[in-house]
Ligand binder design. Structure first.
Ligand SMILES: Cc1cc2nc3c(=O)[nH]c(=O)nc-3n(C[C@H](O)[C@H](O)[C@H](O)COP(=O)(O)OP(=O)(O)OC[C@H]3O[C@@H](n4cnc5c(N)ncnc54)[C@H](O)[C@@H]3O)c2cc1C
Length: 333
């Protein structure tokens, strides 16, 4: 069956015959990179992506070799998708609900559309889990007030944006005592740090003493709202109306891991992250994990490299199993 390169809108009332070599779940930096390599290895690929990748929220990619340091994440995604589509990979806007291991193949159940959704089942020999994570944000009554600043100067990633926070008045927004530990690493970049609990958890004496030693402030009152304009946060208003002025902030509240569809398959995890070997193979021989979902560093450069590694190992596996040159592209089972 012919898939639209962008999306699949027509109802799917017939079983899909094609078995892809690889189905990639997630079209962020890791999944698109994998897709580009897979297509260039003459392997048939379907990327299924539900949209709003983590890099979609990245206003500026500051640390990628060869790209201007203000490159928007959305540009990276757009260019990556165009590159993949130019190599004739299949791409579907959809949400992967479950994956069933059938032995030789995986059956991947995909929900397509939101208002009147249809379900389709796609099959592949290999699977790449490239579905990433999404950051938890402070829970305020008006969440739009949080979204206005998150990803701008209210950062979520110290490795990405520590440099941007240097010598500034920085707020750290935690969700637990341990999440506040990031303040000590942020102290490498700026000495002016205020930690916020939003009144949601207690801080023990030991941590209080360490914060005092460093000269960091602890604010335990609930937060009413962020202040600022044009996506630049300038401080926090607390529940008693008082204001703490800030130049920047770092949210350290953990993440949601997008791996629910793998629940039926026994895989090794550490925390929410999938554990892989150096070529990004998980504890299942035909499932690879790349990017933020796998154990490692959450960076675009790592995600892109992860995709290349996984695709290359899958090519090696298939090439060794088939033993012959594959040309023209074989897409049928
Ligand atoms: C605000 C912000 C700033 C950042 N700044 C930098 C920076 O300056 N430098 C840097 O290197 N990194 C930065 N990062 C980190 C970087 O964005 C991530 O490391 C990178 O995007 C990870 O890529 P990924 O492909 O693993 O995941 P993602 O880009 O998140 O892509 C995963 C995709 O999978 C999709 N998906 C999830 N579940 C399903 C499902 N069930 N079915 C179908 N699709 C699904 C998601 O919708 C998403 O499109 C930043 C991140 C944020 C949030």
């Amino acid at each position: 069956m012919q898939l639209s390169k962008q999306t699949l809108n027509q109802p799917l009332n017939q079983p899909i015959e094609q078995v892809y070599d690889v189905l990639v779940i997630g079209g962020g930096a890791a999944g698109l990179s994998a897709g580009i390599y897979l297509q260039r290895y003459l392997l048939s690929t379907l990327i299924v992506d539900k949209g709003k990748a983590r890099s979609h929220w990245m206003q500026e990619l500051h640390n990628y070799l060869g790209l201007p340091p203000n490159t928007p994440g959305q540009d990276v995604l757009k260019q990556g998708k165009a590159h993949y589509l130019a190599l004739e990979g299949d791409y579907l806007n959809g949400y992967v609900q479950t994956v069933i291991d059938e032995g030789e193949t995986f059956a991947v159940h995909v929900q397509i559309g939101r208002k009147s959704p249809t379900e389709a089942v796609f099959r592949s020999r290999y699977l790449i889990a490239a579905s990433g994570i999404i950051d938890h944000l402070p829970k305020l009554d008006d969440m739009q007030n949080v979204f206005d600043y998150a990803g701008h100067n209210l950062h979520v990633c110290l490795i990405c944006d520590g440099y941007e926070m240097r010598d500034k008045r920085a707020g750290v927004f935690g969700s637990s005592e341990s999440s506040l530990e990031v303040a000590f690493s942020l102290g490498w970049f700026t000495p002016n740090i205020t930690l916020f609990t939003n009144g949601e958890f207690d801080v023990g004496q030991e941590l209080r003493d360490r914060l005092t030693q460093k000269g960091y402030r602890l604010v335990e009152q609930p937060i009413k709202k962020f202040l600022g304009e044009n996506h630049q946060m300038t401080g926090v208003q607390l529940s008693d109306g008082s204001v703490v002025e800030l130049d920047t902030g770092l949210v350290s509240m953990g993440s949601k891991y997008h791996a629910d569809y793998l629940k039926g398959i026994d895989l090794e995890y550490k925390g929410g992250n999938l554990v892989t070997d150096p070529m990004n193979r998980t504890s299942h021989p035909r499932i690879f994990a790349v990017g933020d979902l796998k154990l490692g560093m959450n960076q675009v450069v790592i995600a892109a490299a992860d995709g290349a590694l996984a695709a290359t190992q899958i090519w090696r596996d298939i090439r060794r199993a088939e033993g012959t040159r594959r040309s023209p592209l074989i897409t049928a089972a």
